[in-house]
Design a protein around this ligand. Structure first.
Ligand code: GLU
Ligand code: ZN
Length: 499
């Protein structure tokens, strides 16, 4: 069998973790079996529809690098792939059910339905909702009323007194009493538009979907969907309800826990690879103890039996860890390209003639500085705050900031003067040689290496904690570095810079 599966979002909100997890699993499953992954827009809810959400969907998946084989933009043999472009089609299927005696017209007014629902809820009826009032209107009479323009909907006639079985690929066999399934849900609204249930089932059938991998919140609709398939005489697809995604507190992941929309993660400086890798492990396990996978490696390993029943816990710290890991895998040029926009926005390159465009020299410095921060970066936006001292002279901090532990001003000045002598040889060496220079000097003067370098670090970077000193000296160059040391010495009140 050739797998055909789909991601069928309703464009009523931004793409979020749960949605892209569903899409990713469908993508991996189709790819793992050389099947077809389809995008279908379920835009039957016109009240909550917004074009901005459709745009967000395309932007998100383009950014993630997930592509579908068939969809509204790519086309395909089963199109159109947008339900609002298929509205003409659903009515025919609803009428077919009426014809077969598996559906019926309902003429109840909205007021009546509201009243019935309220009454049933108040009575704590286990089957709140419609009271099947129109189910027994003789079909000929109902058809006549419908034809003469009596406002009506079409409902599914749930066969009562029977049971419906579902074999879920993850959750196993399940059984529902039909009497407990949503009482005769509306399939076609009075304006002729389909409800979600009708459109979803008709389209899965017409698009020859073989597997429905979807969020577990849809599980309760599944018996009704199966009844719909049976009513049409169609074979239902295999169902696979994905484990829930929870926050650390065991409640369904929501904004209370932190960012959930992909836009937000993107703005915060997450890399798409990190997000995809982490999301692929939400509710699935591949190889014991292994955490990093490329998309291709996931495709090679994915199968439905890798999915867990138990809910997945979304761990923001773990996602941060993934982000750091993927930062480290970038080349300097790649990382510079990724962090540059954040650095421009943060004003790292000053407000020159054209503040949006760093000079060629600034760009080179920026790229050269990547090795200094790569190991320390968790988010892309952290680059400018870490590298500020390379692009503008840092403010000179109070004298005590320069002091190594247990040192006073006098000793600090002596140490900085000693450090000054090493600036040129260190700035002109690689890390290893620079370290050798510093070590030799500290041994000779019988000073701890850390003590020797602390005042120098503060003079060069403006802070006690900073990116690596040797690399910083190299990037700034001897001349600029010496100027900073001299300025610091003056601020500390040293008479001159010589020992
Ligand atoms: N449109 C539904 C959603 O927004 C699709 C459910 C399904 O995959 O069947 O999740
Ligand atoms: Zn009715």
């Amino acid at each position: 069998m050739i797998i055909r599966d789909r991601y069928a979002p309703s464009p009523t909100g931004l793409q979020h973790i749960g949605g892209i997890r569903t899409a990713l699993f469908n993508y991996l499953f189709a790819r793992s079996g050389e099947g077809r992954f389809i995008l279908r827009l379920e835009d039957t809810d016109r009240a909550r529809y917004d074009e901005a959400f459709v745009k967000n969907l395309y932007d998100t998946f383009a950014w993630l690098g997930i592509h579908w084989d068939e969809g509204p933009d790519t086309g395909g043999p089963a199109g159109p792939y947008v339900q609002s472009e298929r509205f003409g089609l659903y009515k025919k299927y609803a009428l077919e059910l009426v014809e077969k005696g598996r559906g019926y017209y309902c003429f109840c007014s909205a007021e009546r339905l509201d009243r019935v629902r309220a009454e049933r809820e108040a009575a704590h009826s286990s089957n709140a909702g419609y009271d099947r009032h129109c189910r027994d209107i003789p079909p000929a009479e109902a058809a006549k009323r419908a034809q003469t323009g009596d406002p009506c909907t079409i409902r599914l006639k749930i066969p009562l007194g029977e049971t419906t079985k579902v074999r879920d690929q993850i959750l196993g066999d399940m059984e529902w009493k039909n009497d407990d399934v949503s009482p005769d849900p509306v399939l076609l609204k009075s304006d002729g538009f389909p409800t979600y249930h009708l459109a979803n089932v008709v389209d899965d059938h017409l698009m020859e979907i073989t597997h429905v991998l979807r969020a577990q919140e849809w599980l309760s609709s599944t018996p009704m969907h199966i009844i719909l398939y049976n009513s049409f005489g169609w074979e239902p697809p295999a169902f696979c309800h994905l484990p829930m995604v929870m926050g650390q507190d065991g409640k369904k992941l929501s904004k209370r826990h932190g960012a959930t929309s992909i836009d937000e993660f993107r703005r915060q400086g997450y890399l798409p690879e990190a997000l995809l890798n982490y999301v692929a492990l939400l509710g699935a396990s591949y190889e014991e103890g292994r955490e990093i996978y490329t998309l291709e490696e996931l495709v090679e390993r994915f199968s439905l039996d890798k999915l867990n029943k138990a809910p997945a816990i979304f761990d923001y710290k773990k996602l941060e860890w993934y982000n750091g890991q993927y930062m480290r895998m970038k080349s300097d040029v790649e990382l510079a390209a990724l962090t540059l926009p954040y650095s421009i926005t943060a004003g790292l390159f000053g407000n020159g003639i054209d503040p949006t465009e760093p000079t060629a020299e600034q760009r080179n410095t920026f790229t050269a500085a990547m090795p200094l921060i790569k190991e320390r970066l968790v988010f892309l936006h952290e680059a400018p705050e870490k590298l500020g001292y390379l692009f503008s002279e840092p403010a000179i901090p109070p004298a005590e900031e320069f002091f190594p532990k247990k040192s006073d001003l006098e000793r600090t000045i002596t140490l900085l003067k000693l450090g000054r002598k090493l600036v040129k040889p260190m700035a002109e060496s690689n890390d290893e040689d620079a370290e050798a220079v510093a070590k030799a000097a500290s041994e000779k003067a019988e000073i701890k290496l850390g003590d020797l370098l602390m005042p120098l670090r503060v003079a060069i970077t403006g802070a006690r904690v900073s990116p690596p000193l040797f690399g910083s000296l190299r990037i700034l160059g001897a001349e600029k570095s010496l100027a900073r040391v001299d300025k610091a010495l003056a601020a500390l009140g040293a008479a001159d810079s010589s020992i």
